[in-house]
Design a binder for this molecule. Structure first.
Ligand code: URA
Length: 221
C-alpha cells in the first residue's frame, strides 16, 4: 500500500502539490472510483485512471528495450546524447526505471530496465556468472590462437577475463558470451587480440532475449 500522491509524483505527475491539484480537479480515479483525498492508499494491482490515461499500480516493473545506438543506458542525458528514457515516453513507469548493467552509447541491443533492486543484483552480481551474449562484427578473421585466448582468459587493463563462449558465424562475425560487466569489455577483448569491433549488439542476458523486439521497441517482461 502506498499513498496515491506519493505514487503519482514518483511516476511523472509532477510534485506532490501538482498531484493534489489533479485530485482536486477530479482527474484521479482508482478502480473506477473518484479519489478525493491525497492520502488515499492504493494497493498494488489497482486500476488507475489519471485524466485519460489508464494503467495499473505496480510495485515492480520489468522491461526489455532494444536500444539503438546514440542513446545512453544511463537515466540522465549527457552532452549530445539522450537517455534511453526518452524512448519510453509512452510508459507510465519510466521515471521509476534503472538499467540492469550498462550498454555503450554506440552499442545496440538488449537493455533490461527495472525498479527491482533484487532482480538487478541477481543479474549483475559477480558471484552469479550470468552470461550476456553479443553479436560482434569484427575487422578481420580470428586465428586459432586468438579464439583460444578469447575463450579462456585475456588480460585487459588490470583484469583477467573469465572463460567466454565464442561461436563463429563467418570470417568477420562471431557471437561472444561473457559473464562479467567490465567497461567496454568486448571491445577491449578484441583489441587484446589485435582485432577491432566494427559493430556490437547484445542479443541476450541470461534467459532474457531480444525475441521479436525491433530496434527502438520495448515491452514488459
Ligand atoms: N562490451 C562492450 O565493449 N560494450 C558494451 O556495451 C558491452 C560489452
Amino acid at each position: 500500500m502506498i499513498r496515491i500522491d506519493k505514487y503519482l509524483s514518483n511516476l511523472w505527475y509532477g510534485s506532490r502539490k501538482d498531484v493534489v491539484k489533479l485530485i482536486k480537479d477530479w482527474l484521479v480515479e482508482v478502480n473506477d472510483n473518484l479519489v478525493i483525498s491525497p492520502d488515499y492508499k492504493i494497493e498494488w494491482g489497482d486500476d488507475l485512471r489519471i485524466w485519460e490515461e489508464e494503467f495499473e499500480a505496480k510495485e515492480f516493473v520489468y522491461i526489455a528495450l532494444h536500444k539503438p545506438a546514440d542513446y545512453l543506458s544511463s537515466n540522465k542525458p549527457e552532452a549530445k546524447y539522450q537517455s534511453y528514457r526518452s524512448l519510453l515516453d509512452d510508459c507510465p513507469y519510466v521515471n521509476l526505471l534503472s538499467p540492469v548493467g550498462r550498454l555503450d552509447v554506440d552499442t545496440e541491443g538488449l537493455l533490461l530496465l527495472t525498479n527491482d533492486w533484487d532482480f538487478t543484483h541477481k543479474l549483475i552480481s559477480p558471484k552469479k556468472d550470468i552470461y550476456k551474449k553479443y553479436y560482434v562484427k569484427i575487422e578481420k578473421a580470428l586465428n586459432k590462437k586468438d579464439i583460444e585466448k578469447l575463450e579462456n582468459w585475456l588480460k585487459i587493463d588490470e583484469f583477467i577475463t573469465k572463460p567466454a563462449i565464442l561461436e563463429t558465424i563467418s570470417d568477420d562475425e562471431i557471437y561472444l558470451s561473457i559473464s562479467e560487466w567490465k567497461f567496454h569489455q568486448i571491445k577491449k577483448m578484441l583489441e587484446a587480440v589485435d582485432n577491432k569491433v566494427v559493430y556490437l549488439k547484445r542479443v541476450s542476458i541470461w534467459e532474457y532475449e531480444l525475441w521479436d523486439l525491433k530496434l527502438w521497441e520495448w515491452k514488459y517482461l
